[in-house]
Every structure is written in C-alpha cells, then in structure tokens.
Design a protein around this ligand. Structure first.
Ligand code: DQA
Length: 151
C-alpha cells in the first residue's frame, strides 16, 4: 500500500523521444525519480504505474479504493478525451485526485479541450511540463499531512 498513486496513461512511456516539441525532453523515468524523491523526502509512500491499457488502468483505480491508497495523481493522456470507463472508476472509488497534463491541452486541437475527468478532479494542472507533477504532489502531500523533512 502506498499513500499516493501516480498514474501515467498511454504513450507516456515514450516521453523523451515522443514529440519533444510538445512534451519536452524529460523521460518518464526522470519524472518518476523526481516524484519518488519528493515523496520520500516528505515521508510518504509513492507507487507509480504507466500503462497503455485502459483495462489495466481501470483495474488499478478500482483496487486503489480498497488498498489504502489515499490520493491519486494521474495524467490520463489520450484516455482523458475518450475514457468513460476510467472516469467511472474514479467516480466509483471516490478518492481525491489531481489531473495533470504536460502540455496545455487548451491551446491544442479542439478534441483535446474535452476531459472526462476534470469535473471530478480536485484540481487540473496543464502546460507546466514535468513541474505539473511536482505541483500536484506538493498539494497532495500537504493535504495528507506530510511535511518536507528538508524544510
Ligand atoms: C497529454 C495531452 C493529451 O491530449 C495527449 O493525448 C497525451 C498527453 C499531456 O500530458 O499533455 O498523451 O495528456
């Protein structure tokens, strides 16, 4: 069981080489490493998951409802704009979550302006690149009562 679950949706395993002009040069491994250090420094447990499979993500969110997970940070990637099933999993478990996007989806194609998650999310962060995850985790850690031991 981890306090915080950080979920990355489809194609985010390709970060670093995938459309770097849109998504930047940072790899998923680097993002997860920074997140792990941030949570460890605050004394919180973090689990990360990347999947290209909608079913796997739905199953993991369902499990989070009973395994002691207290907060979810998710970049649903393309499922943001398509997945009623993943949205319904969040509605079912009722855990607080923050939706993160590396790019500013609102300046991009119209089909990226619609999210199936934003109205359920506690907050939505987009356009900050990898710093969006740091900001989301900072908010989650504060809400869960974890402090940064470095401060
Ligand atoms: C994304 C934006 C989505 O529209 C896209 O499908 C992604 C990544 C982002 O982080 O900017 O895969 O979620």
């Amino acid at each position: 069981m981890s306090d915080i679950l950080l979920i990355h949706g489809p194609n985010l395993n390709l970060l670093g080489t995938r459309e770097p002009g849109v998504y930047g040069a940072c790899t998923l491994e680097e993002i997860n490493h920074t997140a792990a250090e941030q949570c460890a420094s605050a004394g919180a447990g973090l689990e990360t998951l990347q999947s290209n499979s909608e079913a796997e993500l739905v199953d993991r969110v369902q499990l989070a409802g009973t395994d002691g997970t207290r907060f979810i940070v998710i970049n649903p990637a393309a499922f943001t704009h398509t997945s009623v099933a993943l949205r319904d999993a969040f509605a079912a478990v009722g855990l607080p979550f923050i939706e993160v996007h590396l790019s500013n989806v609102h300046t991009r194609e119209p089909f990226r302006h619609k999210s199936f998650f934003s109205d359920l999310a506690q907050a939505v962060i987009c356009g900050l690149g990898p710093r969006g995850y740091t900001a989301a985790l900072d908010a989650a850690l504060a809400q869960l009562g974890f402090g940064d031991k470095a401060n």
